[in-house]
Design a protein around this ligand. Structure first.
Ligand SMILES: Cc1cc2nc3c(=O)[nH]c(=O)nc-3n(C[C@H](O)[C@H](O)[C@H](O)COP(=O)(O)OP(=O)(O)OC[C@H]3O[C@@H](n4cnc5c(N)ncnc54)[C@H](O)[C@@H]3O)c2cc1C
Ligand SMILES: NC(=O)c1ccc[n+]([C@@H]2O[C@H](COP(=O)([O-])OP(=O)(O)OC[C@H]3O[C@@H](n4cnc5c(N)ncnc54)[C@H](OP(=O)(O)O)[C@@H]3O)[C@@H](O)[C@H]2O)c1
Length: 563
């Protein structure tokens, strides 16, 4: 028997550390770890001890004997990784970091952002017994995209927040919710109160396509729809016209697949999740029967990951339609497949698209159409409202550095639709007085040390982690390694004496906050909100019913809520 890693894998790698036979790869020390779609268990080496399954924060590991029929594809996905890439393992234990054994009991660190990256950094520092970790978030609820991004039908993934929640009881860690750094408190003030500041503010904006008609009514950025269905207070009042039968999604990353699933899902299923009630109501009345996901390159370059596409391909009640010519192996794809260095994940994408392209549609009421090799050229409308999307056919071109790019041909097609989602990636935004690279949408840095963009020199005491450090890619656990690297830089700078001690006494930052932001709340008050949401959910057999407006959150935080 062997354990198998499934769809909800978050790459947190907690499993790697507890495996007694090093059968889970890539490990955080291996070069391909940060780009890995998921982790894989080698069935030949696994001794089915179950340590990994016990440790996994998102319930992503199961014994092969217990797999449901639609999960058996993950058995192959795990095994194929080892067929393509025989491993030589280096476990983390082989690389001790001497600077981590020092005494940090005089160190005070501010972490800005309570998403996965901020919490992984805070957890790391808390475990190292630093004197004080002060976490700030502009919202009244913690966890960033783990609450407002991860799809409602991925409840197991949201389980990672339980690990963060447990930090609320630690004496040397304090969470301040409802504090916008740059607005309520400045960067300079944070530095006056701490030895170092780590920015983990994520990337919450959308990227633009730059095409005609992008601003028509009915053309929406993916981040807007995602935040709406997840109950983000700033998006709860947005409106989406779901009266047409077709929706088009531009881009084929995992966010595009999330949106497609939400639009096509059976709402009986969504009713058992923590989807915001306003979104459930709207989706219950939706007429959408067909979702078209448009990727500009071929299946081998699709931005979605295999665990996610496999789950969609076996989704009950949805026909997945793929044009055989768009999934066919052209010369460039053949060259890639013939190259033995090509990752097993690329082969799996080509295989699954080609297999799905041969399927005969069952005539289900709902259809997911996966298009490849097409880009949008313009959106057309009538009286300011979207009416159709014009796509151009692309061909692939292989560049000398191995990159495969989409090149437009002269063949176009028009597709009728009154709603389109632009799911072409997220984008970071600047924090006042902190350097920002507008081109890349990140805070400029060297391995997590923020640098002055003009001189390239590190700014003492200023660090960055997560999406605002690397750009908007990677799953939740990717941020654990990312945060670890940033914390390592901070510790080494501290030991070298490069940090400036705070000029204000410990705890004084909270006095400042209390004066300026009477509505800010701490983790204890968030605990009340959390309990109230879960209690409301329990009554309806749902994990929680989210509060979607600031006033209700504050009422629950003060213990005045009577649901
Ligand atoms: C739609 C979507 C679905 C996803 N689904 C999955 C999934 O199923 N599984 C998975 O493993 N990964 C998933 N991911 C990826 C995962 O969510 C990210 O890797 C992760 O959230 C990035 O963490 P972060 O901390 O850098 O950013 P975020 O999670 O965005 O956190 C940033 C935090 O900073 C706060 N902040 C911003 N500005 C300020 C400021 N000025 N002052 C104070 N606070 C501030 C924000 O309020 C936020 O709480 C998904 C991503 C998206 C977009
Ligand atoms: N379940 C999960 O684990 C989960 C769920 C959601 C998100 N996430 C993660 O979150 C990260 C962000 O996901 P994402 O989907 O927002 O981003 P993404 O993976 O970067 O995908 C962006 C998509 O937009 C396309 N695109 C970009 N510019 C375009 C243009 N001008 N015209 C047409 N297409 C364009 C890209 O095509 P090219 O590839 O050709 O550039 C790609 O298909 C990813 O790392 C993802 O894995 C994970």
């Amino acid at each position: 028997m062997t354990y198998v890693i499934l769809q909800s894998c978050c790459n947190d790698a907690s499993c790697v550390a507890v495996c007694p036979v090093d059968c889970i790869h890539p490990t955080p020390d291996e070069p391909n770890f940060m780009q890995a779609e998921m982790l894989h268990i080698d069935p030949e080496t696994c001794i089915d001890c179950g340590a990994c399954a016990d440790e996994c924060p998102v319930d992503a590991i199961q014994l092969d004997d217990d797999l449901a029929e639609d999960q058996r594809a993950y058995l192959d996905l795990n095994a194929q990784y080892y067929e393509a890439l025989p491993m030589t393992c280096t476990s983390a234990v082989d690389n001790p970091k001497p600077w981590r054994t020092d005494d940090f009991s005089d160190l005070r660190v501010a972490v800005v952002g309570s998403g996965p990256a901020g919490f992984y950094a805070a957890k790391d520092l808390q475990t190292l017994r630093v004197a004080q970790v002060e976490v700030f978030d502009r919202l009244l609820t913690p966890y960033g995209l783990a609450r407002f991004g991860v799809a409602p039908d991925h409840q197991a993934t949201k389980g990672v927040t339980a690990m963060f929640q447990s930090l609320g009881k630690k004496k040397n860690l304090h969470v301040n919710l409802g504090i916008d750094v740059g607005q309520h408190i400045s960067h300079a003030e944070l530095l006056e109160h701490h030895d170092a500041v780590i920015y983990a503010v994520g990337a919450s904006l959308d990227r633009q396509l730059g095409i005609e008609g992008e601003d028509l009514v009915g053309s929406h950025a993916a981040n807007e729809f995602v935040a709406w269905y997840n109950g983000h207070p700033e998006y709860a009042n947005h409106q989406f016209d779901l009266s047409g039968e077709r929706a088009v999604i531009i881009g084929n990353g995992n966010v595009a697949l999330d949106i497609a699933r939400m639009l096509l899902a059976n709402t009986d299923h969504l009713e058992k999740t923590d989807m915001a009630q306003h979104a459930l109501d709207a989706l219950q009345n939706s007429n959408i029967r067909e979702v078209v996901v448009v990727g500009r390159r071929g299946p081998a370059q699709a931005a979605y990951t295999n665990p996610e596409i496999l789950a969609l391909l076996s989704h009950e009640g949805i026909d997945v339609i793929i044009d055989q010519t768009e999934a066919a192996t052209d010369d460039i794809t053949q060259t890639i497949l013939d190259d033995r260095r090509t990752e097993s994940s690329v082969r799996a994408k080509v295989r699954s698209a080609q297999e799905a392209a041969t399927r005969i549609a069952s005539g289900a009421r709902k259809r997911l159409v996966l298009r490849y090799l097409h880009s949008p050229v313009k959106f057309d409308g009538r009286e300011g409202r979207l009416d159709s999307v014009t796509l151009v056919r692309n061909r692939l071109e292989l560049l000398e550095d191995g990159t495969v790019v989409a090149v437009r041909t002269s063949t176009t097609e028009e597709m009728k639709a009154n709603i389109v989602f632009r799911s072409v990636g997220y984008r970071g935004s600047s924090v006042s007085d902190v350097p920002f690279d507008d081109h890349q949408g990140i805070i400029p840095n060297l391995d997590g040390k923020v640098i002055d963009p003009h001189t390239g020199e590190p700014l003492p005491g200023v660090y960055v982690t997560g999406w605002i450090k690397r750009g908007p890619t990677g799953v939740i656990g990717t941020n654990k390694q990312c945060a670890g690297q940033t914390v390592d830089q901070l510790l080494q700078d501290h030991l070298r004496g490069d940090l400036t001690a705070p000029i204000h006494p410990a705890g004084s930052v909270r006095t400042l906050i209390a004066e300026r932001c009477p509505d800010a709340i701490g983790f204890d008050e968030w605990g009340r909100v959390d309990t109230a949401e879960q209690a409301a959910g329990a009554a309806l057999s749902r994990p929680r019913v989210k509060f979607v407006d600031t006033e209700s959150i504050l009422v629950a935080a003060r213990g005045l809520h009577d649901r």
